[in-house]
Write a protein that binds this ligand. Structure first.
Ligand code: ADP
Ligand code: MG
Length: 633
C-alpha cells in the first residue's frame, strides 16, 4: 500500500478538447455521407427552403452544403464548433421531446476535428456575415465577410489528419452511393424543401419544392422527382393509426419489386432510421406476393410519442428502439397488408370493407347472425355502385342501431361457413327458395353471373373484368384470417355440442393438445383434459363439421405437426394455417350460387385477398382490354 501511496502523480489526464473531438469524430463521422447528413440536417433545422449539396470526388475532396436558413451570429459561428454546443436542447426534459434533427451538438465539432472546414454565415438582421476557418479542430481564422443570408459549410479533405480513416474509405462509387442514399432520405423527409445535388460539377438531382396539395401529393411528387415518374405511378398509399402509433406514406405495388434493399426508407418522428426489423415487417406484409430475393419499395413515416421511442441509442442516430418492439412490428405489417389488400380492387370492395370495420368497433352493439337470420350485408356490392349499391347501403343497419353487424371480425356461425357445409341437397334447393330476392337490388344481384368451373374455380364478371377464384385457396385465406383474428382477440365462437364426449389421444398428441389448449380455446375448441390421455370435447369451431370432432382434431394436430416441421412457424400462425387447411373446401366441392357469392365476398374482405396463407394465388383477373390485346386488337 505504502509504495502506491507514495506515487502521488496520477496518470489520468483530462484530454485536450481537440483530441476528444478527434476521437469522438470516429463515431459521428464515418464517411463523407455522414458529413453530408449532419450538414443537411443542420440546414433543415435552420428552416431552409432550399438546400444545395455540392460534392467533389465522392466527398473525399469536398462536401459542401449551402442553405438559405436562419444563419448564425458571429458569436455562434465560432461557438458551433465547440463540443456539445447546440442551440437545440437545454435540459433533460427537452431530450424527450426532440423534434429537431440534430441535438447532440457534436457534429460540427467532430467534423471540424478531422477536416478543413470553412463556414460562411449571415443572419437576415446582420449587415455582414462571418467567415470562420477550422483546420483539424483549431479555429484558424474568424473574420467578417460579405455573404448571402443563410449558411454555407464546406468540408475539405476529410480525414486528412487521420490517415487510417482516410485509407479506410471505400471506392468512390461506394462512397457516392452512400451520399446519394443520404440525399434521398433527407429529401424524402422534407418534400416542401427544394434540394439540389451537384457532383464534380454535374447536376445529379434538382428537386423543386413540392408544396402543392396534401402530404401524399407532396411525397409522391418528391418520389417522382427523385426516382422517376415510373416509381410514382407504382405506389400504394398507406395511412393508418392505432392508439399510439400512426403510419403514412407509400409502398410499392407488388409487381414493382426491387432487387436490393436500397429503396426502403423509414422515418420515425420525421427522422430517418434503419430498421431491419421493420423492413422485415413490411416485406412480410406482401405475404409471398413478391418473388424470392426481391424487396418492396417503401417510404413510410411513423409517428408516436417521442417518449416511447429511443432515437439516442447510436451517435449517428440511425437506429431506433421502441418500448414495444413487437407491437410496432405487428402494426407496420398489418397496415401495409391492409393497404396492399385494398389496392387494385375496385373501390367498392374497399368501401365495403371499411364500413364493415367501422361497424365492428367495440362500443357499438354487435350481432352475429344466428339461425336463419342473414347478415345484412350478405349481398355484396359485387356488381358495382349506382342505384343498387345505394339501396343496399340504405338497408344496412344504422350506426348505433340495434343490429350493427360484426361480420368482419367475428366469424358468424350462420354466415358463409354454414351455407358451405350445409348438406348438398339443402344448399342447392336454397338457390330457389331461401334466396328469394326481396328487393329490386337483390333481384338484380341474383342474376349476377357466377359459374363454377370443374368444381374447382369460381368464375365471375364485374366491371368489365373476369375474375377466376381458386375456391380452395380462397377459402383457406378466409379461414386463415378468421382464425388469426380470433387468436388475437381471444373471442372464440364455438358451436356447442349437444352431447359432449371424450376423446382419447396418443401420449404425444395429448401433450401437444395440452400445450395448445389456450389457443385451441381461442379458435373455438371447448376442450377439457379429463384423465390419462382423454379430453372432453364440448364445442368445436364453427368451421368444422359436427360429428367429425375426432377426425378434425386429429387432422388439425397432424397439420400442426407437419407445419411445425416444414415451416417452423410461430405457434399461432401455425395453428391458424392448420385450421385453414383443415377446414377449407377442396376442389371437387360443388358450390351453390349463394356459396360462390359468399366466397367472393369473404375473400375480398380479407386483408390480403390475393394469396392463400402459403402465398399461392387465390384469384386471377383479366380486364377487357387485356382480352383485346390477346385477340390482337
Ligand atoms: P446540433 O445540430 O446537434 O445542435 P451541430 O454541431 O450540428 O449540433 O450544430 C451546432 C449548432 O450550430 C446548432 O445547434 C445550430 O445552432 C448551429 N448551426 C449549425 N449549422 C447551422 C446552419 N446551417 N444554420 C444555422 N445554424 C446552424
Ligand atoms: Mg446538427
Amino acid at each position: 500500500m505504502s509504495e502506491v501511496a507514495g506515487d502521488v502523480e496520477g496518470v489520468i489526464r483530462v484530454m485536450p478538447e481537440t483530441l476528444a473531438n478527434k476521437i469522438a469524430a470516429g463515431e459521428v463521422v464515418q464517411r463523407p455521407a455522414s458529413v453530408a447528413k449532419e450538414l443537411i440536417e443542420n440546414a433543415v433545422d435552420a428552416g431552409a427552403e432550399d438546400v444545395e449539396l455540392i460534392l467533389k470526388k465522392s466527398g473525399r475532396e469536398l462536401v459542401q452544403v449551402i442553405d438559405d436558413g436562419c444563419g448564425m451570429s458571429r458569436a455562434d459561428a465560432v461557438a458551433c464548433f465547440k463540443r456539445h454546443a447546440t442551440s437545440k436542447i437545454q435540459s433533460v426534459e427537452d431530450l424527450e421531446r426532440i423534434r429537431t434533427l440534430g441535438f447532440r451538438g457534436e457534429a460540427l465539432a467532430s467534423i471540424g476535428a478531422v477536416a478543413q472546414v470553412e463556414l460562411k454565415t449571415k443572419r437576415v438582421e446582420d449587415a455582414v456575415g462571418t467567415h470562420v476557418r477550422v483546420d483539424g479542430g483549431k479555429i484558424v481564422e474568424t473574420e467578417p465577410c460579405a455573404a448571402p443570408n443563410g449558411t454555407s459549410v464546406a468540408v475539405r479533405n476529410l480525414f486528412f489528419n487521420v490517415p487510417a480513416r482516410r485509407n479506410f474509405l471505400k471506392t468512390p462509387a461506394t462512397e457516392f452511393k452512400h451520399l446519394a442514399e443520404t440525399f434521398q432520405f433527407l429529401s424524402l423527409s422534407e418534400p416542401s424543401i427544394a434540394f439540389g445535388l451537384v457532383h464534380n460539377g454535374n447536376e445529379v438531382y434538382r428537386l423543386p419544392a413540392a408544396a402543392e396539395g396534401n402530404f401524399f401529393d407532396r411525397l409522391s411528387r418528391r418520389i417522382g422527382d427523385l426516382f422517376g415518374e415510373a416509381h410514382a405511378r407504382k405506389l400504394v398509399q398507406v395511412e393508418d393509426e392505432s392508439s399510439y402509433l400512426s403510419a403514412r406514406g407509400f409502398v410499392g405495388e407488388p409487381e414493382f419489386h426491387r432487387r436490393g434493399r436500397d429503396e426502403q426508407f423509414l422515418f420515425v418522428n420525421g427522422r430517418h432510421v434503419e430498421s431491419r426489423y421493420l423492413a422485415h415487417a413490411v416485406r412480410a406484409a406482401y405475404d409471398n406476393l413478391l418473388p424470392e430475393g426481391t424487396f418492396p419499395f417503401f417510404t413510410l413515416f411513423l409517428e408516436l410519442d417521442p417518449r416511447r421511442v429511443d432515437v439516442n441509442v447510436h451517435p449517428t442516430k440511425a437506429e431506433v428502439k421502441f418500448d414495444d418492439q413487437s407491437g410496432v412490428y405487428g402494426f407496420v405489417k398489418s397496415v401495409v397488408r391492409r393497404a396492399l389488400g385494398a389496392q387494385d380492387l375496385t373501390p367498392q370492395f374497399e368501401a365495403h370493407r371499411r364500413e364493415a370495420e367501422e361497424d365492428s368497433e367495440e362500443e357499438k352493439p354487435t350481432f352475429s347472425p344466428k339461425g336463419g337470420q342473414r347478415p345484412v350485408s350478405f349481398q355484396p356490392r359485387w356488381e358495382g355502385e349506382g342505384a343498387e349499391g345505394k339501396a343496399s347501403a340504405a338497408s344496412r343497419p344504422q350506426k348505433g342501431g340495434s343490429s350493427a353487424e360484426k361480420e368482419s371480425s367475428a366469424p358468424a356461425s350462420g354466415g358463409f361457413s354454414e351455407t358451405l357445409y350445409r348438406p348438398r341437397q339443402a344448399s342447392s334447393a336454397e338457390d330457389a327458395s331461401e334466396e328469394a330476392p326481396q328487393t329490386e337490388s337483390e333481384r338484380k344481384q341474383v342474376r349476377l353471373p357466377f359459374w363454377q368451373l370443374e368444381e374447382q374455380y369460381v368464375v365471375t364478371v364485374r366491371e368489365g373484368r373476369l375474375f377466376v377464384i381458386d375456391q380452395a385457396a380462397a377459402h383457406r385465406r378466409i379461414l386463415y384470417e378468421r382464425a388469426r383474428r380470433r387468436l388475437e382477440e381471444k373471442g372464440a365462437e364455438s358451436q356447442q355440442l349437444l352431447f359432449p364426449h371424450t376423446l382419447e389421444f396418443s401420449a404425444a398428441d395429448f401433450e401437444l393438445l395440452q400445450e395448445l389448449l389456450p389457443d385451441l380455446g381461442a379458435l373455438g375448441f371447448d376442450l377439457e383434459p379429463f384423465s390419462g390421455r382423454t379430453v372432453v370435447v364440448r364445442g368445436v369451431p364453427p368451421e368444422l363439421r359436427v360429428g367429425e370432432e375426432r377426425t378434425s382434431l386429429e387432422a388439425l394436430l397432424e397439420q400442426y405437426k407437419a407445419n411445425q416441421d416444414q415451416l417452423q412457424l410461430k405457434k399461432r400462425e401455425n395453428l391458424a394455417q392448420s385450421l385453414a387447411r383443415q377446414g377449407a373446401i377442396r376442389k371437387g366441392h360443388r358450390l351453390s350460387v349463394a356459396e360462390m357469392k359468399a366466397l367472393a365476398r369473404d375473400l375480398f374482405r380479407c386483408e390480403m385477398p390475393y394469396a392463400d396463407p402459403q402465398g399461392r394465388p387465390t384469384v386471377l383477373q383479366l380486364a377487357a382490354d387485356e382480352l383485346g390485346e390477346r385477340f390482337g386488337q
